[in-house]
Write a protein that binds this ligand. Structure first.
Ligand code: HEC
Length: 111
């Protein structure tokens, strides 16, 4: 028989992961797409405030795409930022970046 305390712990854990699910999706995209050039995502996210990220990611990430498309150093990312895959990903990326923004008070988890 499962102990009550175990059950409560399990419930708490699943509630916590539901909360994090949206940002987690963005984090996964970050690791797959941005990490090679930018390194750890939580450090990048923590470099700006929530409002700055919202602006950069406004209109499906228009500004972020512009930053990369106008930089020769970011050439390897042009295909991605010019593609509709990025417009689809942009909402999740915004969730992730704002979740760990400088003023979010969120400490990066152990990963
Ligand atoms: C091919 C390498 C490359 C990839 C992939 C890439 N970036 Fe960049 N990124 C750059 C470079 C180079 C710059 C600097 C552009 C400049 O200022 O000339 C930059 C700039 C930025 C900036 C602006 C930094 C600042 O201080 O204002 C942000 C934010 C950013 N990238 C986020 C991302 C995110 C999020 C992704 C993934 C969706 C991503 N980048 C993917 C190379 C890359």
């Amino acid at each position: 028989m499962i102990k009550l305390s175990t059950l409560i712990a399990l419930l708490l854990m699943s509630a916590f992961s539901a909360l994090n699910a949206a940002a987690y999706k963005g984090q996964k995209i970050y690791v797959e797409t941005c990490k090679d050039c930018h390194g750890g995502g939580q450090a990048l996210a923590g470099a700006k405030n929530t409002r700055t990220w919202e602006k950069i990611m406004d209109k499906k990430g228009e500004q972020l795409a512009d930053i990369h498309l106008s930089s020769k150093k970011a050439q390897a990312s042009w295909e991605y930022f010019g593609d509709k895959k990025f417009t689809k990903d942009s909402k999740h990326l915004e969730d992730f970046l704002t979740e760990y923004a400088k003023d979010s008070g969120n400490v990066p988890a152990c990963n």
